[in-house]
Design a protein around this ligand. Structure first.
Ligand SMILES: Nc1ncnc2c1ncn2[C@@H]1O[C@H](COP(=O)(O)OP(=O)(O)OP(=O)(O)O)[C@@H](O)[C@H]1O
Length: 243
């Protein structure tokens, strides 16, 4: 469901990491109940931007407003779910034990444990110890933690890495269902075919937004058939305009 005030509003965000500016004045909005895809080459600043959205990144300038509050505000803790690329689950606990533990920490209802296990398709593995899961199962267990408490904003850093095409499709269907129920999602990916499943795309390069629009608008703007080609074309345009 779309609403007039955006779930996320970022203005002129600048971030310095390791003494170097890695985000150079980024601005964008994410409407409520939509899926924003964050795409761009390795090192372009996707993770840094996501860290700023969840309020764990020191920022050098600009504003990040999430669900009406400054990113990182105490009140946002249970309203925002974040899945990092590095799994945050405990290796020596089972999937269900991990989720019961995190549900208690987040004060999410106990019934959420079964719901999120089901949503990420880990029913068969619920009692398996995390250290024995496959890479794809592990990343789904990590994603399940972010779904606990049904947060209004989900920030997911490359949630489909290491998953086969069928599982990737299932997860994107889940993201769509969540958005249809009003959840806002910010999802990063390296995979261009996933970009077509988003409502809006931010194409990033070297700490800047190269393009911000619907997948369709990006294809039209560049005249490219697929998004990979559109992205390459935008990079060429930008490089030529700087030359
Ligand atoms: N802890 C850090 N200290 C110094 N520089 C960092 C740190 N973390 C990231 N950077 C730098 O910040 C820039 C953006 O990194 P970031 O992790 O946000 O990129 P990314 O787009 O998420 O990359 P990937 O797709 O590979 O995960 C990179 O140049 C990276 O080298």
């Amino acid at each position: 469901m779309m609403s007039s005030s955006p779930a996320v509003s970022v203005r002129d965000l600048r971030v310095v990491r390791g003494g170097r500016e890695v985000l150079h004045g980024v601005s964008f909005d994410v409407p409520q109940g939509s899926v924003l895809g964050l795409l761009g080459p390795s090192g372009c600043g996707k993770t840094t931007l996501m860290r700023a959205l969840v309020g764990v990144q020191i920022v050098a300038g600009g504003t990040v407003t999430v669900l009406g509050d400054a990113a990182g505000s105490r009140d946002l803790r249970r309203r925002v779910g974040y899945a990092t690329q590095a799994p945050a689950v405990y290796a020596d606990l089972s999937v269900a034990e991990n989720l019961r533990y995190f549900a208690a920490v987040l004060r999410a209802p106990r019934s959420d444990v079964d719901r999120v296990i089901d949503e990420v398709g880990l029913g068969k593995y619920r009692d398996q110890v995390v250290s024995t899961l496959s890479g794809g199962q592990l990343s789904r267990a990590n994603l399940a933690v972010a779904l606990l408490g049904a947060p209004e904003l989900l920030v997911l850093d490359e949630p489909t890495v290491g998953l086969d095409p069928v599982l990737r499709q299932e997860l994107w269907e889940l993201f769509r269902e969540l958005a249809d129920r009003g959840t806002t999602l910010v999802v990063s990916s390296h995979v261009m075919d996933e970009a077509g499943r988003t409502d809006r795309l931010l194409l990033m390069r070297e700490g800047r937004i190269l393009a911000d629009g619907t997948p369709e608008a990006l294809r039209t703007r560049t005249g490219a058939d697929d998004l990979e080609e559109a992205f390459l074309q935008l990079i060429t345009e930008r490089t030529e305009s700087r030359a």
